[in-house]
Design a protein around this ligand. Structure first.
Ligand SMILES: [Zn+2]
Length: 81
């Protein structure tokens, strides 16, 4: 893996990405498969890649932060590594 993740890699790894709006403080989990549809499976998907494309669905603000978190379920924790 290179300097960043692609959309496909995020999906494969079960990562979830949450967008937070700095203007209205609303948080929304990104629909990665839908994004992949709009962009490209190989599109780079790090925060600095996605952020310019993001817009808050509520207030239309463009000051959006992205948080990446592993979608871990406690059951798989031991055997996955
Ligand atoms: Zn907003």
């Amino acid at each position: 893996m290179g300097a960043g993740w692609t959309l496909q890699e995020l999906i494969d790894a079960g990562m979830s990405v949450t967008a937070g709006c700095l203007d209205c403080n609303r948080h929304q989990k990104l629909d990665l498969p839908a994004l992949q549809d709009r962009l490209d499976a190989d599109a780079p998907a790090m925060e600095w890649d996605l952020r310019p494309k993001m817009k808050c669905a509520v207030c239309g603000g463009r000051r959006v932060t992205l948080t990446y978190s592993p979608n871990t379920s406690p059951k798989d924790h031991r055997k996955s590594k």
